[in-house]
Design a binder for this molecule. Structure first.
Ligand code: ARG
Length: 470
């Protein structure tokens, strides 16, 4: 560490809190302390909070109407400067709160100094982040709805397309491609529910909790809560400034949602590979290789898969920040915004990319049909036929079918290609009617139990979602 870096500037102490200081902070102190690079994203929320606070201070007789008028005009101008990109953010002023207040002071002078009455940056920052996240959650919900629509369109077009259903990524039983898509509609529906819960729970106002203990000024917290669209003021001032579970809830829901996207992304990676060739991505969502001219790579799907690690990392980062903090505010909590913003950005981009990929996905019906019939995928149907038509107990039917599969495997053919003689050599109870249940289409079509994969069910589910997706 060089001496230069530690030099204390002879300049004046911080204008906003420097009363008890003689010198300015070291440049290293400034670097570790500043959050403006991150929290300037909450400028609009900070201005809205200040505007509501000033109106309340005036209504409660704590500041004069003239001061309030000056403050509102100044805040408006600051907002315009920020929007126009003309605002000079300063690391020396630490964060968005002090940057805005300092500029307000430049613009309107003394009245600016009355804005911070009965308020602290502690309740201010908690208010800003709640407001920011409340807005962000509308964006996430809209993107999820768009993604669901793309899945639903695909499900409708491919309700009767039969593909292999997998367990252990081994061919298990034929399923409808539409059914597979609707599984993701279900998952993302629950994701939307989790985000909505988080949004509902976070909508309480910390403003007026001040530093941690409330204030002796006769403030009206209901008034600021209402002005900012919060349902009510938070009941406990200590909790109001120190709670970050609202951010953790967002990150948790984002992590689960990202894991869902990642599973579909993984399927796209597998399904687009030559060994499967189930689907193809459009040119818009494929990339080439700089060395191998034949390549079409699913980079977007791979990156969605990778961004999941990043989003879950953001959740872990904030959990670790919070785990040892005594009440109430600690500066550690300044590190809450970066993971929240990062997860939001990564999730929004992932949702957009997944929606784009699914919206113009090419479905290779022939390859899906071939694969659906391969690997003895209708063996369960054969066993079920023995139970249903020949009264064989399921365990015995399972054993007989296993022997029939072994025979077909030995001959290198599918179950429906095996001769009746061969089947009867294993069980005389088999007759030629069995062939009707051995095609993948018959198998999937027969699964009409509620929630099952038969195309009829899938169409009912599509109807359900069309009526219920908002
Ligand atoms: N930039 C700070 C944060 O994000 C604002 C609150 C600062 N409060 C304090 N007591 N230093 O947490």
């Amino acid at each position: 560490m060089t001496k230069d870096n530690n030099t204390v500037e002879p300049s004046a102490a911080n204008a906003l809190w420097g009363g008890r200081f003689d010198g300015a902070p070291s440049s290293i102190m400034e670097a570790i302390n500043a959050s403006i690079g991150v929290d300037k994203r909450m400028a609009a929320q900070d201005l809205a909070g200040s505007s509501a606070h000033a109106a309340m201070l005036c209504a409660c007789g704590i500041i004069s109407a003239d001061d309030e008028t000056a403050i509102q005009a100044g805040l408006k101008q600051v907002g315009e400067e920020i929007k126009a990109g003309e605002f000079a953010f300063s690391a020396a002023l630490e964060d968005i709160h002090m940057n805005i207040e300092a500029r307000l002071t430049d613009l309107i002078g003394e009245p600016a100094g009355r804005l911070h009455t009965a308020r602290s940056r502690n309740d201010q920052v908690a208010t800003d982040l709640r407001l920011w996240l409340r807005g962000a959650l509308y964006d996430v919900d809209a993107l999820l709805a768009g993604f669901q629509k793309a899945l639903l369109t695909l499900a409708e077009a491919e309700a009767e397309t039969i593909m292999p259903g997998f367990t252990h990524l081994q061919s298990a039983q034929p399923v409808s491609f539409g059914h597979h898509m609707l599984a993701y509609v279900e998952m993302t529906h629950r994701d939307r529910g989790r985000f909505a819960d988080a949004q509902r729970r976070l909508n309480e106002s910390p403003l007026g909790a001040a530093a941690l203990a409330g204030t002796a000024y006769p403030i009206d917290r209901d008034m600021t809560a209402k002005a900012l669209g919060f349902d009510r003021p938070m009941r406990n001032s200590l909790d109001a400034v120190s709670a970050r579970d609202f951010a953790l809830e967002f990150l948790s829901a984002a992590s689960i949602c990202a894991v869902h996207l990642s599973r579909l992304a993984e399927e796209l990676v597998v399904w687009t590979s030559a060994g499967f060739a189930f689907v193809s991505l459009s040119d818009q969502f494929s990339t080439g290789s700089s060395i191998m001219p034949q390549k079409r790579n699913p980079d977007a799907a791979e990156l969605v898969r990778a961004k999941t690690g990043r989003i879950v990392g953001d959740l872990n980062a904030l959990l670790m920040v919070m785990k040892g903090l005594p009440l109430a505010y600690s500066k550690d909590m300044q590190e809450d915004k970066e993971p929240v913003f990062d997860a939001y950005d990564a999730l929004c981009l992932s949702l957009s990319a997944m929606t784009g990929m699914m919206a113009d996905l090419g479905v290779n019906r022939a390859a899906l049909a071939d694969a659906a019939g391969a690997a003895f995928s209708t063996a369960t149907d054969l066993a079920d036929w023995l139970v249903r038509e020949a009264g064989v107990p399921f365990r015995e039917a399972h054993h007989i079918t296993g022997q029939i599969v072994k025979l077909a495997e030995k001959q290198g053919i599918t179950l429906s290609e095996l001769s009746l003689n061969d089947m009867q050599s294993i069980s005389p109870r088999v007759n030629k009617a069995v062939y009707a249940v051995l095609t993948p289409l018959a198998s999937a079509t027969s699964r009409t139990s509620f929630g099952g994969t038969s195309p009829i069910n899938v169409k009912d589910q599509i109807k359900f979602w069309k009526e219920n997706l908002s």
